[in-house]
Write a protein that binds this ligand. Structure first.
Ligand code: PHE
Ligand code: ZN
Length: 870
């Protein structure tokens, strides 16, 4: 490892020797430099005895001007400064620490600490960005009350914000002004925030259940206010939902959101001052799709929910990240389910787990939901910590029952209010409140890897036997795995699709077990792991007839969809293998034809569900089904099946297009969005036929559309149909939305994902285009991420040009924004999963990155990728 990297271990946790009761910050914002004066009241932690009087403060990229204990400058002999912080020696039991530092936000492109996004100065402190602002014990178990004074030029920075209540503001000399904020809740430093800029605002009020008025504001660059109303409405919705569902009322008099263009993640839950990526705030029908509207709604809710699950009760150390993220994602999921189509919302979650989390858990970066060690914490904001973490919560909620679980969450929040705690504390609180025994369940937190659940069913003489067995593959650093406590939901149906056994949960907590269902009249159709009751891979051989029945009749929409996925998958696997072995490509099987015919003849009321049930598993999902991923074969196989479906059901698909064509004004609601989804799905199938009729239709949809969802449906349909229609539509799009960077991200994605021509050369050109900005993560993700994910054939080009392109950009980015560079390196890391020549090409690109001088972030990912197989 280069630099100052040190691997940190969960087992090494020690409580802080000193606690900080109050933090007084003063930010003096000048051109090119910000002076930060910090005064802390410090005392020894009474819980820690005999640990000496030496104290470590984190600090990076800071210019230390002075440091004093009880206003006496610290003597050189009592001070040891390193590149990552400083040691103080010979401290009294109680003292005031004063630290004056200077920081330079102009040179900070890492988007951590205090940085500039356009004309806005803002902060990002999670996980350890606060130590780029001042010397401080940058760990979440030090909780303090903050007062913050900000002073800046009044014309350039008319808006000055920090956490809590504004208790004073006024003019200062030379056209400057100031504001003082007081946050009454003790918080860890990762929740600190500050914003200064010239901002537009929209305002609203929320009256809490107990009748308090909370002032709500959403700030953004001037001129974008009209794109913030959906976010504001979503915030109010989330506040009401948390009161109604968990009895949790907002605890301050104001709640502020600031949207900035340059942000590494989606958003950040700083106490009463959330800072968001514009991509998770802006939503206007002209510029945002239904998907964007839903994401804004859910991310706004997610950050708001953190006010309790994360802020009022926080994490003891970063190994516990899923304590706040898993639980908050779970709450966000519940909220989403209450606001959209419940079935389809769950389907989207399941797809996310299977398409993204399972591969992570099977690759070089597999780690437990509660990791054991890390080099760079920023590398652990993963789908495993977030989404698998949420699945673990969901399993507990299932076992307890939703109401009992809600009570348990409230008990946890009461018991630990104002504390920094662990995942074990949470699980213990759930046990106390619900009476569940979660001793074995806890393994889910400590062990990585996706368990495989094998189910074999036998029927004789009125009795059904389900044999279940579990096995979990080794993951890096964890050779053997315990048996997990796996809740498996089971329901039985007869041939006509009637329920003969209501859904029930059986628990597999041994390596294998048998479950018997008696007194049946006929061999039933078995439905297991309904709605993914546990994050496991199901291995259950079901015949086509059974899947067709489940697809048509299962009482759970998620299971109907899942049956469709299994049916499609069987055909897709045959097609992929055929291509790989240069054999004849298969026709559609009778089962798939019957299933789709039934589906379109008698579609579910929920239109989004129809769209989901018509959609094939993703390429990732198909690749997952093979020992080694053959990218070209997966693409060819998927295209083949998609085209066969379009040919066989051309009439029905046109009927769907006509029946769901845009009409009336745009509204974002369950039904309208569902209709648009069916429309887009059918259009996309038909595009595979590349007829003049479909090209014309797509162009017409684009020209008439009053919203971005339909426009994108048209653009997507034309994506692989080079020619005059596509060129015209794309040019019109680029022209009309040239001033909307988030829309131009969609254009960058489309352009990067275009297969005809030399995509690698095209992306290299775009890197130099004025519409691209290397320092903005949204642009980088759109262009590079869009290329890797959206254009598999170009990224995996056999001559390695795609890998070289991505490696070049990672190397260029690493010194500016290591967090983002590391995320991109993660795209090359799972090379072992691929067939040749892909695997060698990816590995070589990774090795070339590894040969350079790198940030800790990227180094950690690259070394995991190049390390020993599990
Ligand atoms: N805590 C943020 C969330 O709500 C994510 C985040 C992590 C944002 C680190 C910025 C930096 O999920
Ligand atoms: Zn979160």
């Amino acid at each position: 490892m280069t630099g100052n990297s040190q691997r940190k271990y969960r087992a090494d946790y020690r409580p802080p020797i000193y606690l900080i009761d109050t933090v007084d910050l003063d930010f003096d914002i000048r051109d090119g430099v910000i002076r930060v004066t910090a005064r802390h009241s410090v005392r020894r932690n009474p819980q820690v005895i005999g640990e000496g009087d030496r104290w470590w403060l984190d600090g990076r990229e800071l210019r230390l001007l002075s440091i004093a204990v009880d206003d006496e400058p610290v003597a050189d002999a009592a001070l040891e400064i390193t590149a990552t912080g400083l040691w103080l020696d010979g401290l009294p039991d109680r003292f005031t620490l004063t630290v004056v530092t200077e920081i330079d936000p102009e040179r900070n492109l890492s988007l951590e600490g205090l940085y500039r996004s356009g004309t806005i100065l803002c902060t990002q402190c999670e996980a350890t960005g606060f130590s780029r602002i001042t010397y401080f014990p940058d760990r979440p178990d030090v909780m303090s009350r903050y007062t913050t004074r900000v002073e800046a030029d009044a014309a350039r920075y008319p808006v000055l914000l920090s956490n809590g209540n504004c208790i004073e503001s006024g003019e200062a000399d030379h056209g400057r002004h100031y504001a003082v904020y007081d946050d009454p809740f003790a918080k860890p430093c990762y929740l600190f925030a500050l914003v200064a800029g010239d901002l537009g605002v929209i305002r609203d009020t929320f009256t809490t259940a107990s009748g308090r008025a909370v002032a709500l504001r959403v700030y953004t660059k001037h001129g974008n206010e009209d794109q913030c109303h959906h976010a504001m409405a979503s915030l109010k919705d989330a506040m009401a939902w948390d009161e109604a569902t968990y009895g949790l009322e907002y605890d301050l008099d104001s709640f502020v959101i600031v949207a900035v263009g340059s942000f590494n993640m989606g958003a950040m839950e700083n106490k009463s001052l959330n800072i968001f990526n514009t991509a998770c705030i802006f939503a206007h029908q002209n510029t945002a799709t239904d998907g964007d509207f839903a994401r804004v709604r859910d991310v706004v809710a997610h950050e708001y929910f953190h006010n309790y699950t994360g802020n009022r009760v926080t994490c003891r150390d970063w190994f516990q990240l899923s304590l706040k993220e898993g639980l908050t994602v779970y709450r966000e999921h519940q909220f989403a389910i209450d606001h959209g189509s419940p079935g389809v919302t769950r389907i989207e979650q399941v797809r996310m787990i299977r398409d993204v989390q399972f591969p992570e858990d099977a690759g070089p970066r597999a780690h437990p939901v509660r990791p054991e060690s890390y080099v760079e914490m920023n590398n652990f904001y993963t789908i495993t910590v977030y989404e698998k973490g949420a699945e673990l919560i969901r399993m507990m909620a299932r076992m307890a029952g939703r109401d009992a679980f809600t009570t348990a969450v409230k008990h946890y929040l009461d018991k630990h209010d104002g504390q920094a705690v662990t995942i074990d504390d949470f699980v213990a609180a759930v046990e106390e409140s619900t009476g569940l025994d979660l001793a074995q369940f806890r393994h889910w937190y400590g062990f990585a890897g996706t368990p495989r659940l094998r189910v074999v069913s036998r029927y004789d003489d009125g009795r059904l036997t389900l044999e279940m067995a579990q096995a979990t593959p080794a993951t890096p650093g964890q050779k053997s795995k315990p048996n997990f406590d796996i809740p498996v939901s089971v329901a039985l149906f007869d041939d006509a699709g009637r329920v003969v056994r209501e859904p029930e949960i059986v628990r597999l907590d041994k390596q294998r077990d048998t479950f018997v269902f008696e007194a049946l009249d006929q061999a039933p159709t078995v439905s297991v792991l309904r709605g993914l009751t546990a994050p496991v891979r199901l291995e259950f051989d079901q015949n086509e007839a059974a899947l067709v029945r489940l697809m048509a009749h299962d009482s759970d929409p998620v299971s109907r969809w899942d049956a469709a996925q299994s049916l499609y998958m069987a055909t897709l696997k045959v097609a992929v293998s055929a291509h790989r072995n240069a054999g004849p490509m298969p026709e559609l099987g009778a089962g798939v034809i019957e299933a789709i015919a039934t589906l379109v003849a008698d579609p579910p009321e929920d239109r989004a569900l129809l769209a989901e049930m018509l959609s094939l598993p993703s390429a990732t999902q198909i690749g997952e089904a093979f020992e080694a991923i053959d990218v070209a074969a997966v693409e060819a196989g998927r295209r083949h099946v998609k085209r066969r479906i379009a040919v066989r059901f051309e009439t029905e698909l046109w009927a769907l297009v006509d029946a769901h064509a845009p009409r009336g004004d745009y509204v974002f609601d369950r039904d309208a969005a569902g209709r648009r989804r069916v429309f887009a799905t059918a259009l996309d199938y038909l595009a595979g036929l590349n007829t003049p009729a479909i090209r014309e239709r797509a162009r017409e949809v684009f020209e008439r559309a009053d919203n971005m969802t339909d426009r994108m449906a048209a653009l997507n349909a034309l994506q692989d149909l080079p020619g005059e229609d596509r060129d015209a539509v794309r040019a019109a799009f680029a022209h009309r939305f040239a001033d909307y960077p988030l829309v131009m991200d969609k254009w960058l994605r489309l352009t990067a994902a275009t297969e005809d021509g030399d995509a690698v050369a095209r992306v290299r050109d775009l890197l130099g285009d004025a519409r691209f900005d290397f320092t903005n993560p949204n642009r980088v993700r759109a262009l590079i991420g869009g290329f890797v994910r959206g254009n598999p054939l170009a990224f995996h080009r056999e001559d390695g040009a795609g890998y070289r392109l991505v490696a070049d950009e990672i190397l260029r980015l690493d010194s500016l924004n290591p967090q983002l560079a590391a995320a991109l390196a993660g795209l090359l890391a799972p090379w072992r999963r691929y067939a040749e020549p892909y695997a060698s090409g990816m590995r070589d690109a990774l090795a070339r990155i590894g040969a350079a001088e790198l940030s800790d972030n990227t180094r950690e990912i690259v070394e995991a990728g190049l390390g020993e197989a599990a």
